[in-house]
Design a protein around this ligand. Structure first.
Ligand code: DP6
Length: 360
């Protein structure tokens, strides 16, 4: 498909008012998206586990205006309070998607949104937030044109979410989603995420992700600034090629269930993401001393017990501790005994692989 396929022709129905709600999860990238081209297109393919507990719930009440307005007309409420400072981001999103949702200026929207995780946890809410918003707007489009089929609905929701935040396109479905063209993944596209289409070994079913909140502060580097660091980065080309190669290897690992190989790919991806930040200009170190303490403890524990626990990182100091269902008791005990001490106020979030967004 190409982007023009998402521009609708005339709608069949006239919808005066209504309300729609979606709950959409966050996701954790295994092969990372870091670096983009124009229009929110990725420089390399990425793949993620969809999460379950970390989610955003968004309700939109909409009412058709007597006459279409010149600008977008909406109010934004976050966790029960009117939130003016979130509005510019939403406005940017609405202007990016307007050509694909030409009804937007015909309505007034009251957008109410809340997260399942604490606001200042250092957990990015853009993936869950933008995917929930995209789904609500798609729902209204489906009311205007009930002939929209499910497959198209899901693709377009992912396509729109991507225009809000790249990683958000991987939050519509579960349990594993790939985004970005890759020769060996059929149906893959730079325009939207697709549910991983190949065999996945039972070892990867019900995978756990315990998120250790090492630094709950505001992100030191916004994702926009971060992705821009990949322009003119001395290692950009090698990195983009490496992501293709890692994804290739992950396809075999998902099939064979080889957890040792999985760990190598996942930890190397996390460290490469941070290495890219350390070697860009300007350069950043986003890990904190406690991030390294945790990584070393995980390595020690693996050495000692032959466990398959591993870590991955986002563009921040928090650590995602990943482990298979079979090892959940022993690893969770290890986390409580040895890792929680490195978290800010001992805070962590227990999450696991989930199955995507749902309508409420
Ligand atoms: C490190 O999706 O937040 O989490 O497209 O600018 O909104 P924007 O970026 P964003 O970047 C996510 C980067 C990452 C890796 C990943 O999720 O693949």
């Amino acid at each position: 498909m190409i982007d023009k396929d998402f521009i609708p022709s005339a709608y069949i129905n006239d919808v005066k008012e209504g309300k729609v709600s979606y709950k959409s999860p966050s996701n954790i990238a295994l092969v990372k998206y870091w670096g983009k081209k124009e229009n929110q297109l990725p420089q390399n393919p990425s793949i993620s586990f969809t999460l379950d507990a970390c989610a955003t719930t968004t309700n939109i009440s909409f009412k058709k205006l007597e006459t279409p307005s010149n600008d977008f007309s909406f109010d934004l409420w976050f966790e029960g309070k009117s939130k003016e400072d979130f509005k510019p981001k939403i406005k940017t999103f609405l202007s990016r998607v307007e050509v694909y949702l030409p009804f937007l200026k015909n309505y007034f929207f009251k957008i109410e949104t809340s997260n399942s995780f604490p606001h200042s946890s250092g957990i990015a809410s853009s993936a869950s937030g933008m995917s929930a918003l995209a789904l609500c707007l798609m729902d209204l489009e489906k009311q205007l044109n009930p002939e929209i089929e499910n497959d198209f609905f899901v693709k377009k929701a992912s396509f729109l979410a991507r225009l809000g935040s790249g990683s958000a396109c991987r939050s519509i479905e579960g349990d594993i989603v790939q985004w970005g063209n890759h020769t060996n993944t059929k149906g893959s596209s730079d325009l939207y995420g697709v549910k991983y289409p190949y065999e996945v070994h039972d070892n990867f079913k019900k995978y756990h992700d315990t998120i250790l909140l090492v630094d709950k502060g505001q992100k030191q580097v916004s994702s926009t600034v971060g992705h821009n660091l990949m322009y003119d980065h001395p290692f950009a080309e090698q990195r983009f090629n490496q992501a293709h190669e890692n994804l290739n290897q992950l396809i075999s690992v998902f099939k064979s269930g080889d957890l040792k190989e999985f760990i190598k790919i996942i930890e190397s991806e996390a460290l490469t993401l941070h290495a890219m930040m350390m070697t860009s200009l300007p350069y950043f170190i986003l890990m904190k001393p406690n991030t390294l303490e945790i990584i070393n403890k995980i390595w020690e524990f693996r050495e000692k017990t032959n466990s398959n626990v591993c870590f991955t990182l986002d563009a921040g100091a928090n650590v995602h501790v990943l482990y298979p269902e079979k090892e959940k008791d022993i690893v969770f005990q290890f986390i409580k005994d040895e890792l929680i001490v490195f978290c800010e106020n001992q805070q962590y979030i227990c999450d696991r692989i989930g199955f995507g967004a749902r309508k409420l």
